[in-house]
Design a binder for this molecule. Structure first.
Ligand SMILES: *[C@@H]1O[C@H](CO)[C@@H](O)[C@H](O)[C@H]1NC(C)=O
Length: 486
């Protein structure tokens, strides 16, 4: 017992030693003076770290675009979608090489199994209680029978000389005694045996679940794949696919140009006439967005899942990758749509007619223009609840991309204690710091406080001009489409 305790202490101590990227030391003495005003911006203390607004953003790619307007009649004969049969050995570990790696952990399966285990446990406990109680009852009935037997013996002694009447009475008691004894000796035990059988089978099931859990945990250490048939129709991007007849929202292969290898992406072919290439999606917090520069460059997360429809019709949480986003948006004028939802199911949108992301050499500078929508234009005008310089600090247009390991924001550049990405949860085009934080931390339920936030800042999945700093949205999806005249 003692060694166990020591072991536990050691484990928790070593866990505490593992610092996360944003667990940098804040000198507690500093807390009073460097208190952060937790509303997107970081006000400047005059003289010490004056804020100099930047010189404006490069103009986004504009013009008429590579596509004519869509033909008025919707495509009548969609291309036959042949689904490729994928070898399937069950679960998460097997898919054809062609499908590549999609789901990073397979932990959803683990969670499901865990949930099931949770449901079974109370049932087993109940059953066990019933069995125990039945055993207790059986014992007391047995004692009663014993008593009855004794009494019978007594009575037999007494009635020995007492003739017929008592004899009949005794016979009666005897038959009752036999009946009860039979019940106790055969019925009760057989009931108990049945219950014990059930208990045993549930125990076996739990054992199997445990084994499966352990196996799953092992599998979770390596990446695993999801198998979904990918439609044969493919194209430069989702608009191209739509025009070729791929009008179902699901996962497709796209190949924007011949220098890129084809890659998987989720196409939203229903929202606002479809043709949208999803570059970011959040909806359940299953993927961690506090990631390094390299990961944001390459992209991360799960493109899509098959939820029983035999194709990948449900987008996962992912970031497409800055290189791909930049490449797609530089091919021609591109519009972007932010689709978001709060925890009551209310939905809103922000749409920008022009959206361009420069390449890595310029740290993926963001250029954006042409707002329309209901969510509020945070990216161009900043947080409307702030004023003057404080609002300017929350404009995202013209900003470079920052991650916790690559600080390109406008909050005292070079000061490792003043990095937006470290405090606000994700990689983003931080200024000083944000009015929109789509890659921030995922908070269940929406409202959160600065005491829940790791650094007291509004690090949630925030869109200030819709829900303010202290409300983290339920879902957020960023999708792009080549601009064309409607
Ligand atoms: C900016 O924010 C700080 C702190 O919240 C406040 O003291 C200051 O008055 C604000 N400036 C403007 C122009 O609103």
């Amino acid at each position: 017992m003692k060694t166990l305790l020591v072991l536990c202490l050691c484990i928790s101590a070593s866990l505490a030693d593992v610092l996360e990227y944003d667990d940098y030391d804040l000198d507690p003495k500093d807390k009073g003076t460097t208190a952060i005003d937790p509303r997107g911006h970081r006000p400047s203390s005059r003289g010490r770290d004056a804020y100099v607004p930047s010189g404006g953003a490069p103009p986004p790619v504009s013009g008429r675009g590579r596509y004519r307007g869509r033909p008025t009649a919707a495509p009548v004969t969609p291309v036959e979608e042949e689904s490729v049969e994928q070898p399937d050995a069950g679960g998460c570990t097997h898919a054809s090489k062609q499908m590549g790696v999609i789901c990073p952990t397979g932990c959803e399966l683990k969670d499901t199994v865990r949930k099931q285990e949770r449901n079974i446990k109370p049932t087993v406990a109940d059953l066990k209680r019933s069995v125990d109680e039945l055993s207790r009852n059986t014992n007391s009935v047995s004692r009663y029978i014993d008593g009855l037997s004794d009494e019978l013996r007594e009575r037999q002694k007494v009635t020995d000389g007492n003739g017929q009447l008592v004899g009949e009475y005794t016979n009666d008691i005897e038959s009752q005694h036999a009946f009860i004894k039979e019940a106790v000796n055969t019925n009760f035990p057989s009931n108990i045996r049945i219950l014990q059988g059930i208990l045993q089978s549930i125990r076996t099931k739990i054992l199997r679940v445990n084994t499966a859990l352990v196996a799953q945990r092992d599998k979770c250490t390596t990446q695993c794949t999801v198998s979904c048939p990918i439609p044969v129709v493919s194209g430069k991007e989702c608009e191209d696919i739509f025009r070729k007849g791929g009008t179902e929202s699901q996962m497709y292969y796209i190949r924007p140009d011949s220098f890129f290898k084809p890659y998987r992406v989720y196409c939203d072919q229903t929202t606002l006439d479809g043709g949208w290439t999803t570059i970011q999606n959040r909806m359940d917090g299953s993927v961690d967005f506090g990631r390094r520069w390299d990961e944001y460059r390459r992209g991360f997360g799960n493109i899509a899942f098959d939820t029983g429809k035999k194709y990948c019709n449900t987008p996962g949480e992912y970031w497409l990758g800055n290189d791909r986003i930049s490449q797609l948006t530089k091919m021609g004028p591109t519009e972007i749509l932010f689709d978001m939802e709060d925890w009551t199911g209310a939905k809103t949108q922000a749409r920008y007619q022009q959206f361009t992301v420069q390449g890595e050499t310029s740290n993926y500078i963001l250029s954006i223009d042409g707002y329309s929508g209901t969510a509020g234009d945070t990216l161009l005008t900043g947080a409307t609840e702030l004023f003057g310089e404080n609002r300017t600090m929350t404009i995202h247009n013209g900003m470079m991309f920052s991650t916790y390991d690559r600080d390109n924001d406008k909050w005292v550049p070079g000061d490792p204690m003043k990095q937006c990405s470290k405090e606000d949860g994700g990689g983003w085009w931080y200024h000083r710091c944000h009015s929109a934080n789509p890659n921030g931390r995922y908070y269940w339920g929406g409202s959160y406080t600065k005491y829940m936030a790791k650094h007291g800042t509004d690090d949630g999945m925030v869109w200030m001009n819709w829900k303010g700093s202290w409300y983290s949205l339920k879902s957020m999806c960023m999708k792009i489409r080549p601009f064309f005249q409607q």
